[in-house]
Design a binder for this molecule. Sequence first.
Ligand code: ATP
Ligand code: MG
Length: 566
Amino acid sequence: MEHKDIDNMETEVDKKTESKNFIEVIIDKDLEEGAVKKVVTRFPPEPNGYLHIGHAKSILLNYGLAKKYNGQFNLRFDDTNPMKEKMEYVDSIIEDVKWIGGDFEDRIFFASDYFDHMYEAAVKLIKKGKAFVCDLSAEEIREYRGTLTEPGKNSPYRDRSIEENVRLFEEMKEGKYPDGSKVLRAKIDMASPNINMRDPVIYRIAKIPHHNTGDKWCIYPMYDFAHPIEDAIEGITHSICTLEFEDHRPLYDWVVRELEYENPPKQIEFAKLYLTNVITGKRYIKKLVDEGIVDGWDDPRLVTISALRRRGFTPESIQMFMDLCGVSKSNSSVDYAMLEYCIREDLKLKCKRIMAVLDPIKLVITNYPEGQVEYMEAPNNQENEAMGVRKVPFSKVLYIEREDFMIDPPKKYFRLYPGNEVRLMNAYFVKCVDYVTDENGTVTEVHCTYDPETRSGSGFNARKVKGTIHWVAADTAVKAEVRLYENIVDEEKGVYNEDGSLNLNPNSITVLKECYLEPSVADAQVPASFQFLRQGFFCLDSKDSKPDHMVFNRIVSLKSSYKPAK
Ligand code: ATP
Ligand code: MG
């Protein structure tokens, strides 16, 4: 598989602006030739799980084309398999499609609303001698189908009369036969080199209630029969799907041709989006959810759309990511780092930058007056002046990051160590004069003196320091929980174990229970994201954060890959 990485991104962007993707080329031609008047696309999810980043690609592609060509975009539930489908999934999909920016307005449809039409379509095929009721078992149908190198054999039921087929199909609908005892098959060609054309099953019996149609139906259409009909009914012009359906296209075309739809839709395939170090594929995600390995479909380590939202990704960042990925005919996998790049880019100028200490130790300023509080002015975003400034309280006892102090530092360590002076961001220079350890030798307090002359903004420049560290005043700090995430699987170590199970990263989540944040975050409400200076981007967790116990998710670290010790 081709691998796209972050280094190629600039050129990808340049290429994109000057060239059209292959689907746009097809659409341009159709419009030019008058074969299509108005472009209509759709996103056709099956409501059997939550949507993931791969679906986001399909949504944005289909929606983007409709928008670009002043056409229409439909959301259509491909709900023809009641066994795995649920209203919970329907609801989540609607929410996620809207959130990601796929604006379907009121154009929301259900394949199950077309069941009457599909039944009539099947009867039409029977009456044309193009479909028959077959009594072979699933196992026998497989045997008769042949292989890639050998043709299949005709079913012994293939030559039933039209009248008999009409009657049997109607009886199937009326519930006269048990599940699996009969199917309706298209009559095409058992010797076709394309196995999909060897008299495919188009209707099956399943006495299962449906989330939309209830008990009305006990026969359900198969995907390859239903999908082209759904597209044709809605006047879809370009039915965009992923590469695995390429071999199904002849059947798609057969269905719309035999049913004599005017202006039949055209199927176009593109490559699925694969991302490194994450799990896409509803089946696998569902397994993690069902086994309780993750905290539901929206666990921030997943790449479902709801998980990305909870993790603090924005629709804009995902749109940017899809633009960078482009649309391709060959499968490739994209570096997760590219998605991280997009969210950093999007949040860079939008988020307030605050001070937060994730792994605290106390810093005591021995010559600072007890009980005094000063309010230090801090820019809300150094790169975006329009975001203004805020006041941050400063006092004698602060928290700093444990990593920012060392008793015995290596060369080129410019942060605090005995005798060294650093700048406290937005405040004063402090010089380390002492430290306190517990019985294990762990540092519990760092003692410093400050120089009142060096107050930030005073223009002091008599001497310089090499290190600047962040801090939070202990008295007024907001205590919070912060969750750090790593990828849930590691491509380099192998995504699967020998037994086929997933090789999960045991460090995919780290929970820091005692973090101290500037008081300016106290009023934040979901959705709220911040840059924690020198650390990364963080958002309030929509599920677990409470006003008296704030919980933050790390969206992404800063590029510097600075990470507090665990
Ligand atoms: P999964 O493989 O994750 O189970 P699916 O293809 O079975 O997904 P559907 O609900 O059938 O899920 O998909 C809805 C639409 O999303 C289809 O048109 C499908 O081709 C598209 N799609 C699914 N996965 C991807 C992906 N990784 N990249 C791009 N499009 C995708
Ligand atoms: Mg599917």
